[in-house]
Design a binder for this molecule. Sequence first.
Ligand code: IVH
Length: 692
Amino acid sequence: MYTKDQILDLQSITKEFLESPHNIILDTLRKVLKFHEYQYYVVAMPLISDYEYDLLYQQLVNLEAASPNLVSKDSPTQRVGNSLNNNFETVAHLVPMLSLENSYNADDLNDFDRKAREGAQLDSITYCVEPKFDGASISLVYENDMLVRACTRGDGVAGEEITQNIKQIRSIPLSIPLSEYGIQQIEIRGEVIMSKKSFEDFNEKLKAKQLATLANPRNAAAGSLRMKDPKEVAERNLDAFIYHISFYTLKTGANTPDLLKTHSGSLELLWNMGFRSPQKEKKIISNIQGVINFCTDFETERDTLPYEIDGLVIKINDFALQEKLGMTSHHPRWAIAYKFKARQATTILENVDFQVGRTGAVTPVAKLQAVAIGGVTVSSISMHNEEYIREKDLRLGDTVIIERAGDVIPQIVQSIPALRKGTETIIEFPTTCPICDYTLEKEETEAVWRCNNPLCTAQIVERMIHFVSKDAMDIKSFGDANIRKFYEMELLKSIPQIYNLDFEIIGKLEGFGKKSVDNLKAAIEASKTQPLYRLVYALGIRFVGETTAKTIASHIHHILDLENLTEEQLQSFEDVGVKVAKSIFQYFHEAKNIALIKDLEALGLNMIQTNTTAVDGNLSGLNFLFTGTLTQLKRSDAEAMVEARGGHILSGVSSKLNYLVVGEDAGSKLEKAKKIASIKIISEADFIELIN
Ligand code: IVH
């Protein structure tokens, strides 16, 4: 859209205007602000601070107020509107807004390609593939360079006029250089979306006002378009991808621009005119097998994007061919949507189980009517704590929306009160432990109810399950079921007994052949030499996760050194705050815990920190934290790279942090880090350079 020279020129005018406001020329100021809106909202590379933008914007408001006759229709000030001209009148689209046929697998895509090839009488077809944005679709009409109308899809033939609300979306230009391309009128289509980050912020605001939250960014975007007050729309941080030119008229005598011969060219044209088109996201692929491969691969990348997509759209690239194939009454024959597996589903909340964890915390677990989402069947989901149930007003018998996004544990998004029949009942939280009947307690600062009975059998079993688990001592072939079974049979009553099992009895149990007994024996034996941090983590000290365990282990020689450290000394470790230090201190000042550790030592477990750090220690002693969405590396890989070079990963921003690596759509961590001068804030690209 802007050449390098133009960018440099506009940036130097910006600086001049900021330094000498009396030199401002009205028309140029509008150009300058338009340029900075584009840099911020379309290319996501702001060249001035929000504060500087606001200063210049205010200058524009003042100058235009002094000379109202000089206000232009596409002035940045003209985005602001009032509810008086928001009538949502129904207007016909210049071209009906058809929807797309859906496909779900390779067979569907092969079918689509076969029909298209038959229609076109070709051996193979080139496609352009782009994200299927999960938002609300809109059409925009520009005439003589100006945005004149924006509409919702409506029934496809006519939609509602929402121009004033659309003007609040800063990535949609109010004017575009149509005349440069010899075009007089154009109707284009796109999708209004809310980024994952804006959606989270928006729901937080609703929560703070004790209003019902929204289920997904699509609903939030669609709902926003019909708001009466455009100012409220502006606050919602909407965005838009523009992906389709449905109609255009050329000025007399002009030739069709070359870019308007292919779909990929039209995306480039839209981008050049200043729209956020999927110009960088699109992929041109010369045959259907390539498309199929791309579709299956891309599904795994879905979570790395800062906005929601629900699939990909495959379009025949050549416009002449598109025209030849035409459309059915519902959808074009030249395009198809490839839908990813759905992530949300509705089901019935049938019952609640109250489970006691290793720290005594009582967790309500929803028992659901089984439902398939994202390729797995879900029938039970944690509801965390009582507050969670009350906040979402979940009731027995409710219809609930559940979500399973990528690797994330399934969640209940919300209940649907509109579907209540009146037979739903409030979920009663127990007052005593469901296992040992001990009275439950809740600390003032905590959300969980806890059973504080040290002899509660559920806790004893859960602590052992944690001890052998994969991230702790990693005793393979043990598993939850065996721990429970051995406990019930009184073969295993405490953690040290794991190393003293009676294999004669176990060998006679059903399902325990010689091979499985040998495997179990070997796994138990191997766990004795696990690195120290695994033992620190396996002990199940409250608030000590894997990362903190690694930090602690790296600062000590023998595990019992921790008996001699004060809370202040513990707090000097990276990533250890007041709460964690207190918990560690308490743990190592309880006689039964020290006795447990000594028992384990006597049984031959490793208690010593062996030097495992710094394969190539160029990051040794440095603390890192990643925030936002990384686009080139997987977060877990990036963290492993830091650790392999002797660095540490912290879980939060504090003065102990050396580097904050910022991905897309970073939020509160970035804001917090900006306030601590010693933290270096770097991009993902800087990080890659640093480790190389
Ligand atoms: S093309 C005539 N491209 O998906 C072709 N649609 O199920 C017009 N959508 O109604 C549609 N991303 O709202 C197209 N890259 C994309 C899209 C996209 C999202 C929506 C659009 C459409 C629906 C079809």
